[in-house]
Design a protein around this ligand. Structure first.
Ligand SMILES: [Zn+2]
Length: 415
């Protein structure tokens, strides 16, 4: 059956207002397209490809509430890392699935259809990884999930950490993770970066490293990661997440690195709400923003995306899976609101995330691709961002995952 979605404003395609979908795929995009069996009026609203959340910890979501807390502790990254192992001991496949499902619902009900999740594999039972591998398969018609084998407790903080990451890749994780700034000495951090790249090449996996998530301007593992993947021509399959320290780095160093990042084509992910909350904790005043150099990445044509990172976990209590909120915070912290910036701001939670996930070939609103898109409650990009509008509908393979009405008042304001 052919289906036509009409009266739409299509992001990055101003000339088109209609799409025809057949067998779940977009067959036409344009105007005045032929009549179809079913015609769906999108009421002049903005249509985007689905939101992408390229960095989320689905084995941590809602664990803060499970711990009986309604707020965080002192709020430092390292305190949260220390708290986690106590909770980890209590996990079962069922408990991980139950909480992860709440996080997935939060995201998918607000327009996300692609999630990259870091799963802690520093657990010899791989409880969370087993749960997530099953969920990835079970939910694939609703949401695409990529799994990062993430050594939360480090590769070299104890014996056998590296082997756990390798085993997780054999079990089916899609991406090699790491956390070099958490390793006990710089040399171990560097060793872990070498091992991450070796594992990725050995198992033909992507790379996504928690890299320099600290205000210490001397934490420069991103430099080594970038150098190694440059040598292997592996930049486009590699992502450096966080790189907060790069926001504190000396300018002469930073601009030298920006030139090299540009050549390597490595991807970057910033988590604006999470790192605005976690970083700058040892600063008195002025306090740093915790954000990497997002504005400069954009100016240099280096791919950078925004991500949620945490929902209700010991690292960050307030996440709710709303990517508009992430975008809103990110464009404030990165100071990207010029009329030129606004035109492409949505890329930070759509196309740029898709590029980090290496799905850009199948992602986007083009003929021949899956009919996956969301409908926002505004008709222009600027108004949608300024009003932080909701997602009214999410369509996957041509079918509504959900569709809701615009809000209606019992008593309307009259001025
Ligand atoms: Zn993270």
């Amino acid at each position: 059956m052919k289906k036509k979605f009409f009266n739409a404003k299509i992001y990055r395609n101003e000339a088109a207002t209609e799409m025809i979908v057949e067998n779940g795929k977009i067959t036409h995009i344009g105007t005045n397209l032929p009549k179809c069996d079913e015609e769906i009026d999108l009421n002049g609203k903005l249509v985007l490809p689905p939101y992408v959340d390229p960095h989320l910890h689905l084995d941590y979501v809602y664990t803060l509430s499970e711990l009986g807390q309604e707020g965080a502790g002192s709020g430092t990254l390292f305190e949260a890392i220390e708290l986690w192992p106590q909770f980890k001991k209590t996990l079962t496949v069922e408990s991980v699935k139950r909480l992860a499902m709440k996080g997935i619902q939060d995201e998918v009900s607000q327009g996300v259809q692609h999630i990259r999740t870091h799963i802690d594999v520093t657990d010899p039972n791989f409880t969370a990884l087993k749960a997530m591998l099953e969920m990835k398969e079970d939910l694939k018609d609703k949401v695409d999930i990529q799994i990062v084998a993430f050594p939360q407790e480090g590769m070299y903080m104890y014996k056998g950490g590296l082997e756990l990451v390798e085993e997780a890749l054999k079990m089916g994780a899609d991406v090699v993770g790491g956390i070099p700034h958490y390793e006990p000495a710089r040399e171990f951090g560097e060793k872990s970066v070498h091992d991450i790249v070796k594992l990725a090449l050995k198992y033909d996996k992507m790379i996504d490293v928690h890299c320099d998530e600290t205000d210490d301007p001397h934490s420069r593992f991103v430099e080594l990661l970038n150098g190694l993947v440059y040598m292997e021509d592996y930049g486009s399959r590699t992502t450096a997440s966080h790189t907060c320290s790069f926001g504190s780095a000396d300018d002469s160093y930073a601009f030298r690195m920006l030139d090299i990042f540009q050549k390597t084509k490595m991807n970057f992910i910033a988590c604006p709400t999470e790192n605005a909350y976690l970083q700058g904790r040892q600063d008195t005043y002025p306090k740093r923003r915790g954000l990497t150099r997002v504005k400069e990445f954009i100016e240099y044509g280096i791919n950078v995306a925004f991500a949620q990172d945490s929902i209700n976990d010991p690292w960050y209590p307030m996440g709710n899976g709303n990517m508009m909120n992430i975008l809103d915070n990110g464009i404030h912290l990165a100071q990207i609101m010029s009329s030129e910036d606004v035109k492409t701001n949505f890329d930070l939670i759509t196309y740029n995330g898709a590029q980090c996930l290496n799905i850009q070939g199948s992602y986007g609103l083009d003929v021949g691709k899956a009919a996956n898109f969301i409908v926002l409650n505004e008709s222009t990009v600027y108004e949608a961002i300024r009003k932080r509008v909701d997602v009214l509908a999410s369509v996957r393979n041509g079918e509504f995952l959900f569709r809701k009405k615009e809000e209606a008042f019992d008593v309307a304001l009259s001025l």
